[in-house]
Write a protein that binds this ligand. Sequence first.
Ligand SMILES: NC(=O)c1ccc[n+]([C@@H]2O[C@H](COP(=O)([O-])OP(=O)(O)OC[C@H]3O[C@@H](n4cnc5c(N)ncnc54)[C@H](O)[C@@H]3O)[C@@H](O)[C@H]2O)c1
Length: 382
Amino acid sequence: MSHLITRWRVRCQRPVAYDIVCTRDLFDPQNPALLSAGRVEGGRRFVVVDSNVDQHRGEEIRAYFAHHGITARIVTFPGGEENKTLRMYLSLLGELDAFPIHRRDEPIIAVGGGVLTDVVGFVASSYRRGVPHIKVPTTLMGYVDASVGVKASINFNGSKNRLGSFEAPQRVFLDKTFLKTLPHRHILNGVCEIIKLAIIKDAELFDQLEQHGVECIAARFQNFEGGGILERAITGMLEELESNLFEENLARKVDFGHTFSYGLETSPDAGLLHGEAVLLDMLVSCLIANQRRLLSEREVERIFGLIERLGIAINPRVLDAELLWQSLLERVEHRNGLQRVPLPESLGNCVFLNDIRRQEIESCIRSLNDRVGKENEAKLEC
Ligand SMILES: NC(=O)c1ccc[n+]([C@@H]2O[C@H](COP(=O)([O-])OP(=O)(O)OC[C@H]3O[C@@H](n4cnc5c(N)ncnc54)[C@H](O)[C@@H]3O)[C@@H](O)[C@H]2O)c1
């Protein structure tokens, strides 16, 4: 006799669709874009603004909502990885709960870098089991990466992005004029993610960075070529994300640079920004690829040459083989039992490796230290 008496199967498919819209001067009162989603008449908005953005654009942002008769609760939030915490998440939830908004037609608006959009995305995904939110990235990292996908997270228990959710934004507004006030180090931080895409999937983007990268960085991407590079980077990023939005497939090209960087980024001694840690990871990965004859010596030289030309200083002294190995082991848990480390196979193509050995990491760290000239080290010391 069977023990199975009755069984119900619940199946549901939930469509996901959101637009990423390029606009200029988002907070110009004549620009209707930001209020194109949600209720305007009698409307309210809970708006979280990065504190540095608030200094530069706060008045304009407040004037925008006042002009449109929107009751806006503007909360400022300090950027920086140290604020991607449970405490800041709960404090935002407290503020939100004290300012009621409709569950469906008064989207939360997040205006800031990747830290802010990650925390606010997670707030939006958990408040009332999910309320709509709009992302407005103000850093290059946010513009090409953090804001365009559906991942939202906070750091927890000493680990990066350990708590979070997949929550699609209602809309993303890209306004590159925000980058005008972004400090140089943070411009380079975002450039590292563009380099990632170039190496792992887009050789043409790599050429463009070689040709125009220097002028784009100087112009904070406000120039014509800068626009082209940003558009190409976002298109490439979305190609990878869209087909695997909820990471059913754990072998992801966009994880290039995101294996060994995991521990580096949380190491307080290293003092690295996300993109800087990703860059060091990419260089170690490229050297592994070179040792495995996936990447030629000439291609490795082009990669190092590009980084030098763009003025990105590298400090391989923060690389510790044990730390990198432990990061890899942690990623094996995250990637469900296999390393699945993306490595370039010639510029612009990707393969996944599952058999990287600790010894290989050690020898590539040594090789990286040898390659990075004394000149670069001198730059770092000043
Ligand atoms: N969700 C994702 O898919 C995803 C993808 C990539 C990165 N991330 C996350 O993004 C975070 C890094 O983002 P980030 O580099 O933008 O850091 P961030 O949000 O800390 O911003 C960097 C700094 O720039 C300041 N700032 C922001 N906009 C400014 C502007 N327009 N002018 C002047 N200053 C400005 C901030 O106050 C902060 O000091 C990491 O936590 C990373 O994990 C998430």
